[in-house]
Design a binder for this molecule. Structure first.
Ligand code: ADP
Ligand code: ZN
Length: 741
C-alpha cells in the first residue's frame, strides 16, 4: 500500500470561532466545495458537528476552518445549531481527507461515512437509569444481593434496566422491587450514556510461551503513540484471539481506545462472550444489526471517549474515536473488508492509514494472510509475529484429496463413495462432519430439456438459481426472484425444467438419502430470516447433536464446533476456474480455513478435498500446507506480471441503461489516456464486464495498470475528470480492485 506517503501527526490545536465570525463548513451533501456560514450564538469550535441551512433544508456538517469570505457577505446565513457531539478531531479530518484522496471519493461522501448514525441532530432525549440508593432492602434475596453487588462494583455508575438486570442475571422485576425499597434509585438521564468501563486487571487465560512472546510484541508503544502494523499469523486455533486481546488490554490500560474489526460481525456471539469474560463488560457493537438508538449512543460515546472498546464491521473504522490506540483486523484476508458499493475502500488498508495518523497500532490477524500483507511483512513494512502450533492437544487436520476421476459417481450425486465412507465412520463414533460447498440454493442452473434454455435474470446477465426451500428462482446479482415456473419461459413446454449442478440445498437432499438416520443442518446465509436465527443455528451446531453440517463459506469464518472432526469439500476446483487474479489465493485461503474447522478440541480432524485435478499446484499447496512456498510462488508470479502488490491496478466501471453510451464513454477515455501515459500507466479496455448487465444497467470495465510508487490517483482523477457527466452514465473508480466482475 502506498498510503503512508507522509507521516505527520494529527494536530490538537482546535480553534474557536466567536459568534458572527465566518466559518467554512463541509456538509454531507454532494457539493464539491466548502460552504461559508456565520458562527452561531455562543460561537463554535473548529470541528464542531453542526446543522446548517442549505436552501430550504437543514443538513449535517462539520466546521472545517475559517470562512473563505469570497461570497456576498450579506447573504451568508448563520449555523443553525451546534449538535450535542464531540467536535471532529483534526486527526479524523485528516484521515477523511487522505482516505478520500486515496480512493478518489469526494470529501462529502467521506463525511457521510463518518456520520452514519441516525438522529445526530435530534435534541438529547431522556431515559430511566438505575444507580445505588441509600436504603437497605427489608428482605435480602440472592437475586437482590447480585444487583446491589453489581452497582457497588461499578461505584457511582448508573445502568439501564436492561443492562443492570443482564449484568446481575436477574429479571427486571427484581430491580424494580429494589427501587420500591429505596435500595436502588431510578433517575431520568440523557439517553446516550457512557458504556461500562472495561476491567483490564482481570487478566486473560495463562498463555503458552509462544503466545506470551507474541502478546508482548503487540503490547508496547501505546502510551508513546507509536505507529506500527503487525501481521499476526497463526493457524486456526493457535490462540490469535487470546493474544490480541492482550494487546487490547495494554491499549486500554494506556487510556486509549481499541477497535476490533470482524468480517461477519452479526455472527460474532462467541467472540462477544469471550470479550466479556476477559474484561468484565460488554464492548460496543457496531454493525448493521445494531438498533438505531444504540448506534447513535455508540457514535456519540466513542467521540467523547466514553466507549473504550468497539467490535465492529468495516464501517466502524469511520467512528469518531477520541483517542484510538489499536485497530485489530481479524481475518484480515477476508474479502468483506472491501466495500464494493459507493465509496470503494478497503477497511484493512484504511486501518493502516488511520493508525499512522493517530499514532496507533494495527494488528492484522489471519491464518491465511492476504498476499498484500504477506509481501508487506516480507518487505519489512509490517512487523510479523507467528503462532505455529494449535493450542493444547488440538492438532491441524490431516488433509487428503479424493481424486474424483477414480470414484464411481451416479448422475446427480456429488458425494463420492470415499467421502461417504468417512462420514459414516464419524456418525458411528458420534462425531460431526461438515460438507462444504460454496453455493447457495438448490441448483445453480435450471435447464429446459426441451429447448436447451437456461433460465436467466431479466435484469442481469446471470442465471437464476433455484432455491427450493423458497420455491423460487433467485438472481444472486440483483436479488430479483420469481416463483419456480411449471413451463419453460422460452418454449412453454411443461415439466421439462431440470436442475443442473449442486447447491447446498440439493446436498441436503443427497445427504438425507445417503444417511437417513443422521441429523443434519444447512448453514447458508439466505436460509435465515435474521442474524439472530442464524446465531441460534450456529450455537445449536456447536452444542447440539447434529451429525452432518452442510454449509457455504459462512461456516468457514471463525466458529468453533468442538465435535467436528471431518470436513469434506464437495468441489475443491470451484474457485480455480475463472480468470480472477486472486483465484489461487482465495481458494488456498478458503480451503485452509474450512479445513481448520475440524479437530479444534482433543480429537484430531481430517479434511478430504474432492477434486478432478489433484496435481494442480494450488490443490497440492493446500494439501501439504506449505504456506511459505505457496506465497513465495504466488508472489513470484505476480511480480513477474507486475501485478499487485508489486504493481498497481485501478478499475473504472462505466454503466448505463444504454449499452452504447457506456461503451462510447469508455472509448473516449481510452483515446484520451494522456494523463495516465504521463505516469507510465497502461490502459486496457473498454470491455464488457464479465457480468455485463446488472439491475438493467450495462457495464463496461477499464483496467489501469501502473508501477508501484507512481502518483496513480492524481493521474486517474485527471483522466476520469475528462468525462462529461450525463444523466444516464455512472462512473465508479476502484483503486486496488479486489473483484473484477
Ligand atoms: P485463533 O484465534 O487463532 O483461532 P483462539 O484464540 O480462538 O485461536 O484459540 C482457540 C481455542 O483455544 C479457544 O477456545 C481458546 O479459548 C483456547 N485457547 C487458546 N489459548 C489458550 C490458553 N493459553 N489457555 C487456555 N485456552 C486457550
Ligand atoms: Zn438479476
Amino acid at each position: 500500500m502506498d498510503l503512508l506517503s507522509h507521516d505527520d501527526q494529527g494536530r490538537d490545536d482546535q480553534g474557536h470561532y466567536a459568534q458572527g465570525e465566518l466559518v467554512s463548513v463541509l456538509t454531507t451533501q454532494p457539493i464539491d466545495r466548502l460552504l461559508d456560514y456565520r458562527a452561531p450564538e455562543g460561537g463554535c469550535a473548529e470541528g464542531a458537528v453542526v446543522s446548517v441551512p442549505l436552501g430550504p433544508r437543514q443538513v449535517l456538517g462539520v466546521v472545517w476552518g475559517p470562512g473563505e469570505g469570497n461570497y456576498d457577505l450579506s447573504r451568508i446565513r448563520p449555523v443553525t445549531r451546534v449538535l450535542d457531539a464531540a467536535p471532529m478531531r483534526p486527526e479524523m479530518r485528516e484521515f477523511l481527507i487522505r482516505a478520500g484522496e486515496y480512493t478518489l471519493t469526494p470529501l462529502s461522501a467521506m463525511l457521510r461515512l463518518a456520520t452514519r448514525a441516525p438522529g445526530l441532530s435530534d435534541p438529547p432525549s431522556m431515559q430511566k437509569v438505575y444507580r445505588l440508593g441509600e436504603q437497605e432492602p427489608e428482605r435480602m434475596t440472592d437475586a437482590r444481593r447480585r444487583v446491589l453487588a453489581v452497582l457497588e462494583e461499578y461505584g457511582g455508575l448508573s445502568f439501564t434496566l436492561k443492562e443492570l438486570s443482564e449484568m446481575a442475571g436477574v429479571t427486571s422485576s427484581v430491580v424494580k422491587g429494589l427501587v420500591q425499597h429505596g435500595a436502588v434509585r431510578e433517575e431520568q438521564s440523557p439517553r446516550d450514556t457512557p458504556y461500562p468501563r472495561m476491567d483490564t486487571d482481570r487478566g486473560g487465560k495463562p498463555l503458552t510461551d509462544s503466545q506470551a512472546e507474541a502478546a508482548a510484541r503487540l503490547s508496547s508503544g501505546y502510551a508513546e503513540r507509536r505507529y506500527a502494523t503487525t501481521l499476526l499469523r497463526g493457524v486456526t486455533g493457535s490462540g490469535k484471539t487470546e493474544v490480541y486481546l492482550e494487546a487490547v488490554a495494554a491499549c486500554l490500560s494506556a487510556g486509549r481506545q481499541a477497535l476490533v474489526l470482524l468480517p461477519e460481525i452479526a455472527l460474532s456471539e462467541q467472540f462477544l462472550v469471550r470479550v466479556e469474560q476477559r474484561f468484565g463488560a460488554k464492548p460496543v457493537e457496531w454493525h448493521s444489526g445494531v438498533t438505531m438508538t444504540e448506534r447513535r449512543r455508540a457514535w456519540k460515546m466513542v467521540g467523547r471517549g466514553e466507549a473504550q472498546l468497539v467490535i465492529g464491521a468495516r464501517s466502524a473504522l469511520f467512528l469518531p474515536f477520541s483517542d484510538l490506540g489499536l485497530i485489530v483486523v481479524d481475518e484480515e484476508h477476508d474479502t468483506s473488508y472491501k466495500q464494493e458499493d459507493g465509496a470503494l475502500y478497503n477497511a484493512r488498508d484504511m486501518s493502516v492509514l488511520r493508525a499512522s495518523i493517530a499514532g496507533a497500532r494495527v494488528v492484522l490477524a489471519s491464518a491465511t494472510p492476504s498476499l498484500e500483507s504477506w509481501a508487506n511483512a516480507d518487505a519489512g513494512k509490517y512487523d510479523r509475529v507467528d503462532l505455529d502450533a494449535r493450542f493444547g492437544a488440538a492438532v491441524l487436520p490431516a488433509m487428503h484429496s479424493i481424486d474424483m476421476r477414480g470414484e464411481r459417481m451416479e448422475p446427480g450425486r456429488w458425494i463420492s463413495p470415499s467421502l461417504a465412507a468417512a462420514v459414516q465412520g464419524r456418525i458411528a463414533r458420534g462425531e460431526q462432519s461438515l460438507l462444504f460447498l460454496n453455493r447457495r440454493g438448490y441448483a445453480p442452473i435450471t435447464l429446459c430439456r426441451a429447448c436447451g434454455e437456461q433460465i436467466g435474470c431479466e435484469h442481469c446477465d446471470a442465471r437464476m438459481v433455484e432455491h427450493r426451500f423458497l420455491k423460487r428462482l433467485v438472481c444472486h446479482q440483483c436479488g430479483e426472484s420469481k416463483p419456480m415456473p411449471e413451463a419453460c419461459p422460452s418454449c412453454q413446454v411443461e415439466g421439462k425444467l431440470a436442475p443442473i449442478g449442486p447447491g447446498v440445498e440439493r446436498m441436503a437432499e443427497e445427504v438425507a438419502g445417503a444417511f437417513p438416520d443422521a441429523k443434519t443442518a444447512v448453514l447458508s446465509s439466505d436460509l435465515f430470516g435474521s442474524a439472530r436465527a442464524l446465531k441460534q443455528a450456529i450455537a445449536d451446531i456447536a452444542t447440539g447433536d447434529i451429525d452432518i453440517v452442510i454449509g457455504t463459506q459462512l461456516v468457514a469464518k471463525g466458529h468453533n464446533f468442538p465435535r467436528l472432526t471431518l470436513v469434506g469439500v464437495i468441489d475443491s476446483d470451484l474457485g480455480l476456474q475463472g480468470s480472477d487474479l486472486r483465484a489461487a489465493e482465495r481458494t488456498f485461503q478458503l480451503m485452509r480455513q474450512v479445513a481448520g474447522r475440524a479437530g479444534r478440541a482433543e480429537t484430531p480432524g481430517e479434511a478430504l478435498l474432492q477434486t478432478h485435478q489433484p496435481e494442480h499446484p494450488v490443490i497440492r499447496a493446500i494439501l501439504t500446507g506449505d504456506e511459505e512456498a505457496f506465497w513465495a510462488a504466488e508472489a513470484d508470479a505476480r511480480r513477474a506480471a507486475g501485478m499487485p502488490p508489486y504493481g498497481r491496478l485501478a478499475a473504472v466501471i462505466l454503466s448505463a441503461t444504454d449499452p452504447q453510451s457506456a461503451f462510447r464513454a469508455g472509448q473516449d477515455l481510452a483515446r484520451n489516456a494522456g494523463p495516465l501515459h504521463s505516469v507510465g500507466a497502461q490502459v486496457f479496455g473498454p470491455a464488457a464486464a464479465p457480468i455485463a448487465r446488472v439491475r438493467g444497467r450495462h457495464r463496461v470495465r477499464m483496467l489501469v495498470k501502473a508501477e508501484r510508487g507512481v502518483a496513480l490517483q492524481t493521474a486517474m482523477a485527471k483522466w476520469v475528470g475528462q468525462l462529461r457527466p450525463d444523466r444516464d452514465l455512472r462512473v465508479a473508480v476502484d483503486i486496488d480492485p479486489q473483484s473484477f466482475y
